[in-house]
Write a protein that binds this ligand. Structure first.
Ligand code: HEC
Length: 125
């Protein structure tokens, strides 16, 4: 399903169809769903990712464990879900816009989260 949605997103982007967004929305919620965040992890820089993690995430998920936030270690979330969680936040988790965590830093962060087992390794699409 995720793969199909990703394909749709790519096709829509390629054709520039304005209607695509609304046709795939609906049940996924107001954000348009995780499809907007799909794609392979675009970095292998786990050291940079660890620095980002320690700056923004570690207080609530210390080394992937539980504190103010739940344990995320060994959750093996998809990269799309993890991107969405970081960008949009959640119940008592703040959102981190691009002004705080750049696109490059987010990808490095995901690469580091793979080493925690928090995110599935999707380096290959
Ligand atoms: C102020 C505390 C706080 C900070 C900072 C924070 N989180 Fe969270 N996080 C939470 C809480 C609370 C939840 C549970 C609520 C939810 O799922 O939306 C959560 C949920 C998550 C989840 C989903 C866990 C699951 O099992 O569904 C992921 C993944 C996650 N956080 C990653 C991160 C990352 C990566 C960062 C740093 C960019 C971060 N968090 C920063 C508090 C925080």
């Amino acid at each position: 399903m995720t793969r199909q949605m990703k394909l749709m997103t790519l096709v829509c982007a390629a054709l520039g169809l304005m209607a695509c967004g609304s046709s795939s929305g609906g049940a996924e919620g107001s954000s348009g769903g995780e499809a907007a965040y799909a794609g392979p992890i675009a970095s292998t820089d786990t050291a940079a990712g660890q620095a980002v993690y320690e700056t923004y995430c570690n207080t609530c998920h210390p080394d992937g464990g539980e504190a103010r936030g739940p344990a995320i270690r060994d959750e093996h979330e998809s990269a799309a879900i993890a991107r969405q969680q970081v960008r949009e936040g959640g119940d008592h988790m703040p959102a981190f816009p691009e002004s705080r965590i750049s696109t490059d830093d987010l990808e490095s962060l995901l690469a580091y989260m793979v080493t925690l087992g928090a995110v599935q390794d999707t380096a290959t699409p």
